[in-house]
Design a protein around this ligand. Sequence first.
Ligand SMILES: [Zn+2]
Length: 403
Amino acid sequence: MPPLPESRGDIFDGRRLALNPMLAGFSCIRCQMELPVGDYFEGCPDCLARGKPSTLRSIYRDLPPVLSNGRAHGMRRFAAWMPYISWVSLGEGGTSCARFSSLANELGVADIHIKNEGQNPSGSHKDRMSCMAVARALDIGATTIVAASSGNGGASLALYAAAAGLKCCIVTTPALSRVFQRAITMTGAQIVTASESLERWDHIAKMVKEQGAFSATNYLDPPVGSNHFGLDGLKTIAYEMLEELGPDLVDVVLVPTSRGDLIWGLAEGFDQLKAAGLIKSVPRLYAVEPFARISAVLGGESITGSFPGTTRLASIGGSTVTYQAMEAIRASGGGAVIVKDEMVSRDQIRLARHGCYAELSSAATLTGLELLLKNGVISPDATVALIATSNGYKEDANGGSGQ
Ligand SMILES: [Zn+2]
């Protein structure tokens, strides 16, 4: 591998922006092709040429045997395991993974923990990606960062870009709720409205290719997933689950899923922990979706197909499937479960009445769990974690929210 490019070393809040000297490069998660440290907005070039977009995983020369630095806080505890060891932080990470025993009793399962990602600075797990994507954009001298979003991702990126002094453009659809419009525009970010979801990607592709913008999210169809530096940030959810739950973790994790950034990040994080000898086995990961996409591909349909459907679960809408989502499920021995909007609305209230006010798409994990218990896919003696990706406060009175 060629030598590492020099990090620019900008200083923010007394800390120098710094690439991890242990980051050796990236490898394709499908064909294993190795690539030097660099920017691959379209994933593995070989797989892309074959019409099979595939994301990249980071390769580290060596990782310290100790997972976290006890003197740091939040996600910064895991800096030595991240592509950037120093970045513009707003205090992301360090969210709770609390036990909900009364809910477990009600459902008839051994234990339920909820990883509450609504506790992040912008109120969602997206902050763990945004901080890494912004670090990379700054490091290569990009002046504009861009993302496709229908809510949470845009609000998160806009906040981190503002803190870093980067221009930010969020490409969205007319469905973006007023709550998110306000959150994004207040940071000074620009909102561009495309007529529908897939059209957002064309706009971003143009900004990347013609204006040199840094894309934090996917713009390909079929999609590859979000930026590979950003994806690495999501592994820290798995690290924090180890710290809170201990090395036995849980048997099953349910994840609200669309293009699979989160479920992939979890799979990769658990995989690293296993390779480091810190856990014995990886929990089974179940993708929760509002209509058949991943489920259809698991049933034999083509991964590059179109799977349109309508849902109020805006954070996990969309008509496409990624290889990273399928690989996370395959590698962990998990699966997918389809939930109906009306059942999820009921479970959002149910969650709140047990002490967790999550956005609608997060409540889908509870609906999915009940279905998997009923079908015998998850046994009553299992221990379970639900990932609540965002909090309910972002939704307007009509329950509108987005990813
Ligand atoms: Zn490849």
